[in-house]
Write a new protein. Structure first.
Length: 617
């Protein structure tokens, strides 16, 4: 056990030091006005949860919701949402048992309670404490983790089910406790968790061939979470720093998607653009990438974060963020319930419709962490005390460096545009290193008009007054090869798709006492245009549009790419009339070529993303 703290390459600033602006702020505002910001008003599993003394779910859903709602409230300085989330934090603190047991279950049933929820609420409290410095939260966190040490040491509670496969999540709150004050029991608890927890290196062979059965070892959310294990474990144990990269490459090879995620509906589903990806796995994948970037400083983790954030996340949530899918498909031609056997390997027939809680409610509670945590990573504090502009997004950092007030503003419409202006203001002279990450897909770029080549721009100087750094990126749209001799179009971090004209059919009903009513009703999405096409020309022409008030608008996207396509006989999966086959039945043109406009994948709710290329047409 290492008693000294291993310094991460980067650390987060507090939400009070960050002010999202531009399209990023608007995206957060839409979320606050939508489902993730209003769950405590409309959904019994949060509104009437056992965590606050109610009679509904008392396990993962309130902690999941708080994991997104708390940083959302703090970043937006939303007084109403702050009061509502603080009410939950206060209730959880007040209901803690005298010995520090924090979860809402009867004392005599603790051995039956899956303590994954204790890790999750511990993570929430740890991040909230770091954001606010609330001493009550720290005391609660320490007592709850100390209680886990006691019951696990005594053997009255053991890891099983989700807790066994997500044991490493407890290292997040333990790291916060260890940072403030190391105590021997912290290391002992980390060791107990590792010894009782699952070792993912033993499951690798299971990831190569999809199974038509549900297992913890191939569960996509478990795997998305597990990517960050070594980044967390390195502060407690000797660990292999390359394990995350190895795991990523293996999952990508056998289960990767065109938008930087992995298939899993709900367990790994193999290569194929018509397989599903669970929404929880998208936001957990993003969080793992964020931690891995902070721990290693390797740009590839920020590149992967961007691809998931700007494509997979907005694609599976409605424009108003009141409804979401459980599973998204890269080639998704319709979102209607399967009339018989579900097409998904281990999910229900409604998993791909947009609604309040299609399939299961975990994603309903959990998807809200995606955008706020991304916003927390725009600027990061470097180990040398400087600032890393890790994500080129609109935001303002107001902090102190060497006791000098410093404000850094990033003005940009990236990823919809290619420029960013950083304005650094200091009230008196102060020396620090300001770094800017350049994404890997960028072909060339300039800094204040000067062409540069390094992938991290470092400006180490004495800053005094106001100084501007203008970044202009250069990159072009490209075809990218996918399995089954299919291709996608990429432009910077954005994947583009052929949109399918969509009719939304509203479904309002009550199920098990839970209402689905506008705006959080269910929607089936019917296709109302052709979708069976192949690319037939290599020319790609980019168009910039003003768009509307929705950053990833399905009605008025900010970008478009024109390309020529030919109709082909693609066909459906056997037994289904609403699922495109994994590969086309024919690659021969069945009509004349035409020009179509592709739009960002995140804007297209029904879409064809991976298409064949008829090179000789």
């Amino acid at each position: 056990m290492r008693k000294e703290r291993i310094i991460m390459r980067y650390e987060q600033f507090k939400p009070s030091e960050l002010k999202p602006t531009g399209w990023l702020r608007h995206q957060l505002e839409i979320q606050a006005a939508g489902l993730a910001g209003q769950l405590d008003k409309v959904w019994p599993d949060v509104r009437d949860s056992a965590w606050i003394g109610g009679n509904c779910e008392g396990w993962e859903r309130v902690p999941y919701w708080l994991d997104g709602a708390l940083p959302l409230a703090l970043l937006l300085e939303d007084k109403d949402l702050k009061l509502r989330t603080e009410r939950y934090v206060n209730a959880i603190i007040e209901r803690m048992r005298p010995d520090g047991w924090i979860c809402p279950c009867e004392d005599e049933r603790r051995s039956e309670y899956d303590i994954w929820a204790a890790f999750l609420i511990g993570k929430v409290l740890a991040e909230y404490y770091e954001a606010t410095g609330d001493e009550r939260v720290y005391i609660t966190l320490r007592r709850s983790m100390k209680c886990l040490h006691t019951v696990l040491s005594e053997g009255t509670v053991r890891l099983f089910s989700w807790g066994q496969f997500r044991w490493f999540e407890a290292l997040i709150p333990l790291r916060v406790l260890k940072t403030r004050q190391y105590e021997p029991w912290i290391g002992e608890l980390a060791n107990i968790l590792r010894d009782q927890g699952a070792n993912y290196t033993r499951f690798e062979e299971l990831w190569k061939t999809p199974l038509n059965k549900w297992t913890y070892e191939t569960h996509i959310v478990n795997l998305a979470m597990a990517l960050k294990t070594q980044a967390l474990a390195s502060e407690f144990f000797d660990s292999d720093d390359n394990n995350a990269e190895h795991m990523w490459k293996l999952l990508e090879k056998y289960n990767g998607t065109a938008v930087g995620t992995f298939t899993g509906d709900e367990c790994l589903s193999g290569i194929g653009a018509n397989h599903g990806t669970e929404l929880c796995s998208v936001v957990e994948l993003m969080y793992s990438c964020e931690l891995l970037y902070m721990a290693t400083g390797r740009n590839v983790w920020a590149d992967r974060l961007e691809k998931a954030a700007y494509n997979a996340l907005p694609a599976t949530i409605s424009d108003d963020m009141w409804t979401h899918q459980y599973d998204q498909m890269v080639n998704q031609i319709e979102c209607t319930r399967f009339p018989g056997k579900s097409f998904f390997r281990t999910n229900s027939s409604d998993a791909h419709i947009f609604g309040l809680e299609p399939c299961y409610g975990c994603c309903t509670a959990n998807f809200g962490q995606g955008w706020p945590k991304l916003a927390k990573n725009v600027f990061l504090r470097s180990a040398d005390g400087g600032v890393m502009a890790s994500l080129m997004l609109p935001s303002i950092l107001e902090t102190e460096i060497k006791n000098v007030p410093v404000t850094i503003t990033s003005q940009t419409e990236y990823p919809f545009r290619k420029t960013c202006r950083y304005t650094i203001c200091t009230k008196e002279p102060v020396k620090f290193n300001f770094r800017i990450r350049i994404p890997s897909f960028v072909e060339s770029y300039t800094v204040n008009g000067e062409r540069r080549t390094e992938r991290v721009v470092a400006i180490n100087r004495v800053w005094n007054g106001t100084y501007q750094v203008e970044i202009e990126l250069d990159y072009s749209p490209k075809f990218k090869a996918r399995p089954f001799s299919l291709y996608t179009v990429e432009y910077g971090p954005l994947v583009f798709a052929l949109p399918v004209e969509t009719e939304y059919v509203r479904r309002e009903f009550t199920d098990n006492g839970v209402e689905r009513k506008f705006p959080y009703c269910d929607y089936e999405l019917l296709r109302r245009s052709e979708w069976e096409f192949a690319f037939c020309d290599s020319k790609l022409e980019v168009f910039e549009n003003d768009g509307d008030d929705i950053p990833f608008s399905s009605h008025s996207p900010k970008l478009g790419i024109d390309v020529k396509v030919c109709p082909i006989d693609w066909g459906y999966e056997d037994g289904y009339e609403n699922v495109a086959a994994s590969r086309p039945k024919s690659r021969r043109p069945s009509g004349e070529a035409r020009t179509v406009r592709l739009i960002p994948y995140g804007c297209a709710k029904l879409r064809m993303t991976e298409l064949p290329f008829l090179k000789n047409h």
